[in-house]
Design a protein around this ligand. Structure first.
Ligand code: SF4
Length: 329
């Protein structure tokens, strides 16, 4: 079966932060693609570069952060070098965004209906009445009860979970091709998290919308994603189909991440923890950036940095999978 053409292609993305003491590279040479209707989970500890990768794609990097290399293509069109206004039009129309805090996306001073209608009319050629009907339809679709009445309520009149549903409606308002969701359930009660994740997954499958789901939570990834990219110190260290990454992780860092999740590992197995902390960007060690924490590190790991290479059913940046190198050794 041939691979579907990617909807989003990220090629060798590099994000830098100029500082007084030099340039910090927060995202190194990151490449991946997402097909229409596919959910790619991007996971890693805080500071791994996953949120910055999402922000770079949607053109919302906080200055002085900047894209210093690589390309981002949406539907084959390059979008990383667009002027602000052109990118603003793409955001909303072709790319929707969902952030951790629903109040980042919602204006407390306007009813949710007004915000939905404004977004719909900015991007779609609809009159006021049609846009309002679409707004009510979207609220129904995301599971807001009595949507025809609730459309005239303000954000503070909704619970946290309901507000995040409104944000999902807002993100879907102009039928975007891609949604970038950054920790969309982290601020919600555990009981609500699964509902929101299921909702997001269902809507995107139904609409054929691709999702880049950024999270630190492997449990959320297991529930939602088709494929997973694991990030560490600004690089992808493993990428592959979700079932393989979860059940047969190939990079020792992924093994550690998986081992720290009680719901996924076999109950009889002892939970493993990854010793130490991810280094700061100013102190990334030479060789494999994971080597000081890696239980399987050997000499070469301290000297040479591995690139992604085939590893089982995934690709991992780890010398343990360098069969050519091992054969030569
Ligand atoms: Fe561990 Fe070496 Fe693989 Fe890095 S390259 S993850 S240090 S075994």
């Amino acid at each position: 079966m041939s691979e579907p053409a990617p909807l989003l292609a990220v090629e060798n993305l590099r994000v830098e932060f100029p500082t007084r003491r030099g340039t910090l590279v927060a995202v190194h040479d990151v490449s991946f693609s997402i097909a229409a209707g596919e959910v790619l989970g991007v996971v890693g500890e805080s500071g791994a570069g996953k949120s910055l990768t999402g922000s770079a794609i949607i053109g919302l990097l906080d200055p002085p952060g900047r894209i210093a290399g690589g390309r981002v293509l949406l539907d084959g069109q390059r979008i990383d070098d667009l002027p602000y206004e052109a990118m603003r039009r793409i955001r909303g129309r072709k790319i929707g965004a969902i952030f951790q805090d629903p109040l980042t996306s919602l204006n407390p001073l306007y009813t949710v209906g007004r915000q939905l209608v404004e977004t719909i009319r900015t991007h779609l050629d609809l009159g006021e009445a049609q846009a309002r009907a679409r707004a009510v339809g979207l609220l129904e679709e995301v599971g807001i009860p009595a949507a025809a009445r609730r459309v005239d309520h303000y954000p503070h009149q909704f619970s946290g979970g309901m507000r995040q549903r409104v944000v999902i409606a807002l993100a879907l308002a102009a039928s975007p091709r891609l949604i970038v969701a950054d920790e969309p359930t982290t601020a919600l009660d555990v009981s609500i998290q699964a509902q929101i994740i299921q909702l997001l997954k269902r809507l995107c499958k139904e609409h054929g919308t691709a999702v880049m789901l950024v999270t630190h939570d492997m449990g959320v990834i297991a529930e939602t994603a088709d494929r997973v990219a694991v990030m560490y110190t600004g690089r992808i260290v493993e990428i592959g189909p979700v079932a393989d990454v979860i059940h047969r992780p190939q990079h020792p860092y992924t093994v550690g991440l998986m081992g720290s999740i009680p719901s996924i590992v076999d109950e009889r197995e002892r939970l493993t923890q990854i010793d130490g902390a991810m280094p700061r960007l100013t102190a990334v060690p030479p060789g494999c950036p994971f080597h000081p924490r890696c239980p399987r590190a050997f000499d070469r790991c301290r000297r040479e940095r591995p690139e992604l290479m085939p590893a089982g059913a995934t690709r991992a940046a780890c010398w343990l999978h360098d069969t050519a190198g091992r054969a030569a050794a």
